[in-house]
Design a protein around this ligand. Structure first.
Ligand code: UN1
Length: 490
């Protein structure tokens, strides 16, 4: 297999000069991409090129910048099937779901344009001291770090608002999804985005470190795990004047109460825990159910339904609900996690098992951890749901809050007052009532409390991190005040 020209710098495709790396189709273990990491000096080159392109890009009007984004969006529509197929091949995500990723990406354009206008307005107020003018300026060069679970939609959610605001970008995708990143950049190239405005560097954690610690970047936007986010924070460290916005994982609780509509609640619980094979930062990791006959009944039904979930290759026919995990390591860590919980006294309601020879396809796991003394505060990034029994609603809330994360949380309840109480006391950036934890709105702020993130760099509020407000007080000619300050004479 020929090495791919893995980097896109200054409008040209070039080979990385660092270590070779590959990406695999997780369903077949076949290699689908190979190329070389960017070296430190190639990362520096990308940053310098982005710096050089910055002046011209931010001097354009918003409408001009917007026109490139609209052109890119048209190409997303035109190539949507190719894009979805590439996501499926490289991540293992079923085709129907990869298609929803492209739809979400297309929807991001209007949201980003609206958010930019609403969050970064230009305003003039006439006052006695002159005109008070509010405007927003871009930071300059920003680094975007993308995750593998939404290899196109999530970095796109940082890139679009950054470009609209007038920044230039160096994009470092996950090393597990280089092909998805490459395809995205091909579309930007086809959209004739000016050279140097969006650059792609690829590679492993060394490449990431070279970018995060580069003094030439003015901001860093990241979506990914808490461990990597904390690492980037250290690498970027000591630069309080710059913007570092992190959107990280969660150990998300879903609290169930005896609701009327059992079927819908079971459906939404399955979506919450097992969509994308549990590889979404918003997925439910802990299911809090009443310690009662109703609670037992609910878990029994859930187990029954989950046994029937169809799993398989991304392009299987009929379509699976759950595809593979991203890699054998990812599947191993779920199997090990399940094993450790069992050793600590958890009881298995539904055991996850490996289903393919590539070592990536897992069936769903439902583990009752009520008897485990202290649960590890860990984000199991896969199809592993921990059940916890609660005795009172307040105990459920306190158990739900017993985590240093705080991304998404949910409640199933027929009682609005109970929900209002939940909303007041739960610690999470995204709260859901009678709906799945996943599928958070892109038209709302997206991010969490605690180690789930330090800001809301994604979705609607992304605009806030892409530009800074400047206040100017303006008068077309100087004029003396009616009364001079004491002690002054002219
Ligand atoms: C999810 O909730 O499953 O645009 C991910 C965004 C979010 C991502 C949601 N809507 O950033």
């Amino acid at each position: 297999m020929k090495a791919n020209a893995s980097l896109f710098i200054n409008g040209r495709w070039v080979q990385g000069k660092g270590e070779r790396f590959t990406s695999l189709n997780p369903a077949t273990a076949q290699r689908i991409w190979q190329g070389h990491s960017a070296t430190g000096s190639q990362v520096s080159e990308a940053v310098e090129i982005a710096r050089n392109a910055s002046g011209r890009w931010c001097d354009m009007t918003l409408e001009q910048r917007q026109s490139y984004i609209l052109r890119f969006t048209e190409l997303l529509k035109e190539y949507s099937e190719l894009l979805a197929d590439t996501i499926g091949q490289e991540t293992g995500k079923p085709l129907w779901e990869s298609r929803t990723e492209i739809t979400a990406m297309i929807g991001k354009t209007d949201i980003s344009i609206r958010a930019h206008k609403e969050r970064c307005p230009t305003r003039i107020e006439h006052g006695p001291q002159g005109d008070q003018v509010l405007q927003h300026k871009p930071h300059g060069v920003v680094a975007v770090f993308g995750p593998y679970n939404f290899p196109m939609h999530l970095p796109n959610g940082h890139i679009l608002p950054a470009l609209l605001a007038g920044n230039t970008v160096v994009f470092k995708p996950s090393e597990l999804t280089p092909r998805c990143a490459e395809l995205m950049l091909h579309l930007w190239q086809k959209a004739e985005l000016p050279d140097g405005v969006l650059n792609l560097i690829q590679g492993n954690s060394e490449t990431g470190k070279a970018l995060a610690s580069h003094q030439g970047i003015d901001g860093l936007f990241f979506t990914g795990s808490a461990v990597t986010g904390q690492l980037l924070h250290r690498q970027f460290g000591g630069q309080p004047e710059k913007i570092l916005a992190l959107e990280m994982g969660g150990n998300n609780p879903l609290v169930i109460t005896p609701v009327h509509n059992l079927k819908a609640t079971l459906h939404d619980t399955i979506i919450s825990a097992f969509i994308s094979a549990g590889q979404r930062c918003t997925c439910a990791r802990r299911l809090l159910v009443p310690d009662s006959d109703w609670g037992d009944h609910f878990v029994d039904k859930l187990v029954q339904r989950c046994r029937k979930i169809r799993i398989g290759a991304y392009n299987g026919d009929p379509q699976p609900f759950m595809g593979t995990l991203i890699s054998t390591q990812a599947a191993d860590s779920i199997l090990t996690g399940q094993q450790k919980l069992i050793q600590n006294g958890a009881s298995v309601r539904l055991e996850t098992q490996l289903q393919n020879s590539a070592g990536t396809l897992l069936s769903p796991a439902i583990i009752d951890t009520s008897a485990v003394g202290t649960l590890p505060d860990q984000e199991y990034f896969g199809p592993l749901l921990q059940v916890i029994r609660y005795r009172s609603f307040d105990a459920a809330i306190s158990s739900a809050n017993d985590t240093s994360y705080g991304l998404s949380a949910g409640l199933f309840s027929d009682d609005r007052e109970q929900y209002e109480h939940f909303k007041r006391h739960i610690r999470a950036g995204i709260i859901n009532w009678n709906r799945p934890l996943t599928g958070a709105s892109s038209a709302m702020p997206f991010g969490g409390c605690g180690i789930s993130g330090n800001h809301r760099p994604s979705a609607y509020y992304a605009a806030d991190y892409c530009a800074y407000p400047v206040a100017s007080i303006e008068s077309s000619s100087p004029c003396l005040p009616d009364k001079l300050s004491p002690g002054l004479e002219l």
